[in-house]
Ligand binder design. Structure first.
Ligand code: FAD
Length: 467
């Protein structure tokens, strides 16, 4: 790496790698990527769990729709094992709080109401955003209230959770209707979600992309332009350039910097900007939401849950919304693995991750005993990601909160002088998804390339300073 590259990219997640590749492909190869962790990937993070590869972060790729999805295409090209998630089976698999399954006809009726409510929300959102009728945004909850059927029973709540919180990682009360629904990732890429379960991991998609422009030996990237274990703590910027300082005392100079860390990290004090970012930028950062979505993996000595066709997903309906609600077994993907995982989000995810593993295990076992009886074994291993406490993420993915305007979102990705911003949170169409990070990286880099190649495009970035 040159002592003073043209661009420093902070973060080697999907958006950072795509930004670096886009710069490289345009001829700007004098770049330096600084990554805090010991490997690339960020929120794409595959780990070994009892001899199987499981994904702590991104797991599903979407496909089968009118627009081709690059990530899905790469997964297919690499022959990664993906499995179509059949959510249709949940009508037969919802457990009551005290145990026992809800009768199928009751669940089917509740699902029908939820589906009609969801369709109402979609058409209401479309009406709110109709050209020429740009009306105020509402939360998904307000839209549900207008439909008149707001979920209140444990059964209705867990179904509603499945429709909304399971996607947004925050409840309908806080989520913007206009900026979340319709869900463009499904409209564009298709309504088929494929669960990636391959020994090479979801990470191999990103490694495949990185290998196209970074030197490597087999699957290991060995390029002077990628520095791992480099925690950026300070960015000094001026009209003439940027200076980036890392925790280990290194100092790097460049003409520009792309910051691709999560909005949760930007909201924390991990990176200090000197001078302070202007108020419009800080506000745009603080007002956005970093949601928490956690998959807790458990491995048991033998399986005690139903397996076979149409059993993969099962739901637990509790009076406390979001209490260990969505379960999945991996019998199809990893036969004989005896692995289950449960997904929790938002405040529950935060509450849970602040506890010790043993306490979490106790809570989970109480829930499993309600569903499957007392005669079940303890897990021989539990794996609890702590995305919210992790200072390099501070959550799992962003969510668009009610009251946050499109203009604010433009400011969220707007450069400040020589500092450019990327990351999934900056790409609204597929917000939260790895696809958003993919396109965000390309978009940010193209923005910067225009500026580097034609200086006139660099001007005017402080036009919000009076807002
Ligand atoms: P990141 O991946 O966060 O990359 C930023 C990088 O910056 C990280 O590598 C981080 O280590 C680094 N960094 C942070 N601070 C510093 C610092 N100070 N100095 C240097 N480096 C720093 N998406 C899907 O499409 N499908 C899914 O099924 C899906 N499920 C998910 C489940 C979970 C639990 C999580 C967490 C995410 C999920 N996502 C999913 C979302 C997807 O993983 C993210 O949108 C995407 O990976 C974000 O990429 P990014 O480049 O924007 O950010």
């Amino acid at each position: 790496a040159s002592p003073s590259p043209t661009v420093i990219i902070i973060g080697a997640g999907m958006s950072g790698i795509l930004a670096a590749k886009t710069l490289h492909d345009s001829g700007i190869q004098d770049i330096l990527i600084l990554e805090a962790n010991s490997k690339i990937g960020g929120r794409i993070h595959s780990v070994q769990f009892r001899g199987h590869t499981v994904e702590l972060g991104a797991n599903w790729v979407i496909g089968g729709g009118p627009r081709s999805n690059h990530l899905y295409e790469i997964a297919s090209k690499l022959n990664l094992k993906t499995y179509l998630s059949d959510y249709g089976n949940i009508s037969a698999n919802i457990y009551k709080q005290e145990g026992g399954l809800y009768p199928k006809h009751i669940v089917s009726a509740a699902l029908e109401v939820a589906e009609t409510r969801d369709q109402f929300c979609t058409s209401f959102s479309t009406r709110l955003s109709a050209p020429g009728h740009d009306r105020d945004d509402v939360s998904i909850l307000v839209s549900q209230r207008l439909f008149k059927e707001v979920p209140t029973t444990p059964l209705d709540m867990v179904i509603d959770y499945f429709y909304n919180d399971y996607e947004d990682a925050e409840p309908p009360r806080v989520t913007s209707l206009k900026n979340t629904i319709p869900r463009y990732e499904f409209l564009d890429f298709g309504d088929q979600t494929y669960f990636l379960a391959d020994s090479r991991g979801f990470e191999s998609i990103l490694i495949y992309i990185a290998k196209q422009f970074l030197s490597h030996k087999h699957e290991v990237i060995r390029d002077q332009r990628l520095k791992l274990n480099k925690v950026v703590r300070e960015i000094n910027y001026s009209k003439s350039g940027v200076q980036v300082k890392t925790e280990d005392g290194s100092v790097y100079q460049a003409k520009y910097v792309i910051v691709s860390v999560s909005v949760g990290v930007l909201q924390s004090d991990l990176i200090v900007f000197k001078p302070h970012l202007p108020q419009w930028k800080t506000q745009a950062i603080y007002e956005f939401d970093m949601a928490v979505y956690t998959k807790i993996f458990l491995r048991f000595p033998y399986k005690f849950w139903p397996s076979g066709p149409e059993t993969e997903f099962f739901l637990y309906a509790h009076e406390k919304r979001g209490y260990y609600p969505i379960w999945q077994h991996l019998e199809t993907e990893m036969p004989g693995s005896n692995i289950l995982f449960v997904t929790v989000t938002d405040e529950e995810a935060k509450r849970i991750e602040q506890q010790q593993d043993i306490k979490i295990q106790e809570e989970i076992m109480d829930v499993l005993k309600k569903m499957f009886g007392n005669d079940i074994p303890e897990p021989d291993e539990i794996l609890i990601p702590r995305w919210w406490s992790n200072r390099f993420f501070k959550g799992s993915f962003s969510n668009w909160p009610i009251g946050y305007s499109q203009r604010r979102h433009m400011q969220l990705k707007e450069p400040v002088g020589r500092i450019y911003f990327s990351g999934e949170h900056t790409y609204s169409r597929y917000l939260g998804y790895a696809d958003a990070a993919y396109f965000a990286g390309i978009e940010t880099a193209n923005h910067l390339i225009r500026c580097i190649k034609h200086e006139k495009y660099c001007n005017g970035y402080d036009r919000h300073s009076t807002i």
